[in-house]
Design a protein around this ligand. Structure first.
Ligand SMILES: [Cu+2]
Length: 305
């Protein structure tokens, strides 16, 4: 007696069942995480790991935008996640449907003609169209605004930030603007012999800026590549030795936010953080005037204590 030929569809019914069970498990995990919110039990979160992971990368958990220029970034982020969410549900749903629709006991023999409809081509075209709209309509204009169309320096607060392992040096101008650094000091220090450096000063790990006005930060690094990241203010830019890279943001309200280094820059990377103190214009003017006066006698404030 001949054995029946092996069926390429063998096991499909079983996999369809597994898919449906996984779908129920995943949906239960999503529902649990959603309703438990911050009170979610860690053990339950681990049990529902796939859903927990999806929830964890949800942009809803991103820090609240406290900047005036960051709204567009959030919109783009939401749109992309929305599109990806629709595609994810669509593809997984279709996969489950196919497993069920073409299960072995209903389709014992393979159909060699296959699908004749062109609907998948139209769906692909539609997805490409939406992606094109996101890229050309949102992403490119946003990029232009962030890196090309800077606000005018005269209407902005301008500072230099020099990263080093493992801190942030914020260099403020004197009354006549920025002078020079002493490149032979071996540290981030002002050039005491340069007349224009008088009134300049350097503060470690605190970037004080006035609220409501654009802030232009000229970024550089003393040693390795660091990255200036302040998520609530929606600004992230690498600081690279030998380059002066400007970045800008516009704080919307008074408050204190963290700057984190977003490049793994060495053993102390974890500790490389500073604050952005957003204060009123009056407080900022006072801070600037007091420090400029204190450093008038020549290139003060810098150096490594
Ligand atoms: Cu760093």
């Amino acid at each position: 007696m001949n054995k029946p030929p092996s069926n390429p569809n063998a096991g499909f019914g079983r996999w369809a069942l597994y898919s449906v069970l996984f779908g129920i498990y995943f949906a239960a995990g999503l529902a649990y995480n959603y309703y438990a919110g911050r009170n979610a039990n860690p053990i339950a979160q681990i049990i529902f790991l796939p859903a927990t992971a999806i929830i964890a990368i949800n942009p809803m958990h991103a820090m609240k935008n406290e900047s005036m220029q960051g709204g567009g970034i959030d919109t783009l982020n939401w749109m992309i996640h929305g599109l990806m969410g629709i595609l994810f549900v669509g593809w997984v749903g279709y996969f489950g449907y196919v497993l069920f629709r073409f299960r072995r006991n209903v389709n014992p023999t393979a159909d060699y003609t296959g699908v004749k409809s062109h609907i998948s081509t139209y769906v692909e075209g539609l997805v490409a169209l939406v992606e094109g709209v996101l890229l050309i309509g949102l992403a490119i204009p946003l990029w232009a605004k962030a890196v090309q169309k800077f606000p005018a320096e005269k209407d902005s607060t301008v500072v230099h930030v020099i990263a080093q392992q493992f801190l942030w040096n914020v260099w403020y101008p004197g009354k006549d603007g920025f002078g020079q650094l002493d490149l032979n000091s071996g540290n981030v220090a002002l050039d005491g012999k340069d007349a224009k450096s008088k009134g300049n000063f350097i503060v470690k790990n605190d970037l004080k800026v006035p609220v409501g006005k654009p802030v232009i930060v000229h970024l550089s690094s003393r040693d390795v590549i660091h990255s200036f990241a302040c998520k609530p203010l929606r600004v992230t830019q690498d600081a690279i030795p030998g380059l002066n890279i400007p970045a800008w943001f516009q704080p919307a309200k008074v408050g204190t936010y963290w700057i984190n280094c977003a490049q793994l820059c060495g053993s102390g990377h974890y500790s490389m953080r500073a604050s952005v103190s957003v204060v009123s214009q009056e407080d900022y003017d006072k801070f600037l005037a007091e420090n400029q006066k204190a450093n008038e006698s020549g290139g003060g404030g810098g150096g490594y204590e």
